[in-house]
Design a protein around this ligand. Structure first.
Ligand SMILES: Cc1cc2nc3c(=O)[nH]c(=O)nc-3n(C[C@H](O)[C@H](O)[C@H](O)COP(=O)(O)OP(=O)(O)OC[C@H]3O[C@@H](n4cnc5c(N)ncnc54)[C@H](O)[C@@H]3O)c2cc1C
Ligand SMILES: NC(=O)c1ccc[n+]([C@@H]2O[C@H](COP(=O)([O-])OP(=O)(O)OC[C@H]3O[C@@H](n4cnc5c(N)ncnc54)[C@H](O)[C@@H]3O)[C@@H](O)[C@H]2O)c1
Length: 503
């Protein structure tokens, strides 16, 4: 059998699996190489298991809040059975993975090869097979890299004093058979906040140490502050703007992290376990990218253009390994772009990643659904025509922005925002889910909605509703005046956008 393929895909992540099937279904001989398990991070270690476990956390939260809704447990107290949580998580992961594996194995023209790929040149890959460590050399007309990312190293001094079983990653934490007594979460990104809240609900004491001034630092500060308020209400201790110094251990066995606080003071935090949630690094080490002259950026991510082409001819990268937004739906959209451009061969213009809308949802409870520009980003994109106070960084006042004979070009800022607490939403009050807020960013010149955030119950769903409106070209005025079914959460959009005026 020839070792030459029309398409060779490295990694069966959220883009790689479907892309392999698309080539094979188009009659192209295709190989999909996977070093670990089919389905990649999302199914095995990312979205699927975390959201399954978070649903258990939600059940605990709801049960604890049931009394306020008039439902009381009379005989037994509430207890966590982590073994059941873990079993349920494993079963769902297994069913998703086996489903993907079956679809791939049932596809004609597609060889699934379990092993680790390494470039020998831009059209030659050596695979070390998992089964017996033998090596095979494969060649291909086109090669696609969908090898993803892994938890990055924890760059704090004296990390080695922590017993390996107590130094957790987003993967190992989901396999614990006991909940940590005190979990110290380093990093306040999506992984940090989701696990912090989950394990708080499972009964752990939680501290988060976040280097930047806010959790989820890419959000507007008012959204991050609302998230911080919610997590504090849940009993989580936050150390924001804190610089971790070094780890040590006390005779009782507890781990101690010394931090410099935002105020410059030294503080010690005691913990039983540490979760490293400081970010993920691309899986490029095994790939020998130099042999194919595939360039990476300063952080090690593969450099691609808007058509996902790397610096090597006929070699493409998709998903997290190319940097940028690291989400399942983005990896899948990369697949759509490549399929359109290289498999479907439609006569329409090639698709690209340029100006792609990137929605996402952080699965805390309540969720944070976000799409489009934040207020901070919108102001950068559309600065006021006459930012009088730019020198001291404060926004120009209405007066400063009124055209006068001295300042004829003065113009008000075209960006406006509307926000309101979830406690104003009838549906939220009825179901006793009033935590959070929603916020929209609009362009007053075009009436376009530029961005939307909902930190609220099922916030991802409301965000998706607004996303559809944005992508369909609806204006904020149309949403302000649209008839939504009462009492759905979406009817709150009438109230939110009414704040921007009734003309
Ligand atoms: C804890 C956690 C929670 C997450 N939650 C969400 C969420 O709720 N929503 C969301 O959109 N995203 C979430 N993500 C991110 C999401 O999982 C990724 O963005 C998504 O899986 C896309 O990954 P990918 O397609 O780039 O590759 P991956 O899914 O990472 O797959 C890469 C595959 O390549 C294989 N591989 C690597 N190197 C080689 C090699 N040399 N040879 C052969 N095979 C190789 C790997 O074994 C892996 O199977 C989460 C991530 C984590 C870690
Ligand atoms: N619901 C979702 O969509 C979801 C959930 C989980 C993960 N993800 C994806 O996974 C990716 C990785 O998530 P993540 O949270 O690990 O990474 P991240 O890079 O988003 O966040 C890491 C945070 O850790 C902080 N940090 C880094 N080093 C630190 C240190 N030494 N001390 C204190 N703080 C430190 C950073 O300031 C940053 O805010 C995300 O980009 C996201 O796209 C998505």
């Amino acid at each position: 059998m020839s070792n030459h393929y029309a398409a060779l895909i490295i990694g069966s992540g959220q883009g790689g699996g479907p892309l392999a099937q698309a080539f094979a279904n188009a009659g192209k001989r295709t190989a999909l190489i996977e070093s670990s398990h089919v389905g990649g991070t999302c199914i095995n270690e990312g979205c699927t298991p975390t959201k399954t476990m978070i649903a258990s956390g939600r059940a605990a939260y709801t049960a604890c809040g049931a009394k306020a809704m008039g439902i009381e447990f009379k005989k037994s107290s509430l207890q966590l059975n982590i073994e059941t949580v873990r079993k349920r998580k494993r079963a769902i992961v297994k069913s998703f993975r086996e489903g993907s594996e079956k679809r791939i194995k049932d596809t004609a023209n597609l060889d699934l090869i379990m092993g680790t790929a390494k470039f020998l040149s831009s059209n030659e890959v050596e695979v070390t097979l998992n089964e017996d460590s033998t090596k095979e050399v494969l060649t291909a007309d086109r090669i696609f890299i969908n090898a993803g990312c892994s938890p990055g190293p924890l760059r704090i001094k004296d990390t080695d004093v922590i017993e390996p079983v107590n130094l957790l990653t987003s993967t190992s934490i989901m396999e614990l058979s006991n909940t940590p007594r005190h979990l110290l979460v380093i990093g306040g990104g999506p992984i940090g906040v989701e696990f912090a809240q989950l394990f708080r609900r499972f009964g752990s004491q939680i501290s988060i140490v976040q280097r930047s001034a806010h959790l989820l630092p890419n959000e507007d500060p008012d959204i991050s502050e609302e998230m911080e308020k919610i997590l504090k209400e849940d009993g989580i201790t936050l150390h924001l703007g804190a610089q971790p110094q070094w780890f040590s251990k006390v005779p009782t066995g507890s781990i101690v992290l010394q931090i410099k606080t935002a105020q410059g003071e030294t503080k010690s935090i005691l913990a039983s376990h540490v979760l490293n949630a400081t970010g993920r690094t691309p899986n490029t080490a095994a790939l020998n990218l130099e042999a194919a002259d595939i360039k990476t950026d300063a952080r090690g991510f593969i450099v691609v253009n808007e058509h996902l082409e790397t610096t090597a001819p006929d070699v493409y990268a998709l998903g997290d390994i190319k940097g940028g937004p690291a989400f399942t739906h983005i990896s899948y959209d990369d697949f759509r772009i490549l399929k359109h451009n290289l498999v479907s061969h439609t006569t329409s213009a090639p698709l690209s990643t340029k100006d792609r809308v990137v929605p996402y949802c952080v699965f805390t409870d309540p969720q944070l659904g976000r799409v489009g520009l934040t207020e901070t980003q919108a102001h950068k994109l559309y600065p006021p025509a006459y930012p009088t106070n730019a020198t001291n960084g404060t926004p120009a006042s209405e007066e400063d922005l009124t055209p006068t004979s001295e300042n004829p070009t003065a113009a008000p800022c075209r960006i406006k925002t509307a926000s309101m607490p979830m406690s104003w939403v009838a549906r939220a009050l009825e179901i006793n889910e009033v935590r959070g807020m929603m916020k929209a960013v609009v362009d007053t010149e075009t009436s376009k909605i530029l961005g939307f955030a909902c930190l609220g119950y099922e916030g991802g769903e409301l965000m998706s509703t607004v996303q559809m409106a944005m992508q369909g070209g609806l204006t904020w005025k149309q949403l302000r005046d649209m008839v939504f079914a009462h009492p759905c959460t979406a009817e709150a959009l009438n109230n939110l956008f009414s704040q921007l005026g009734d003309d």
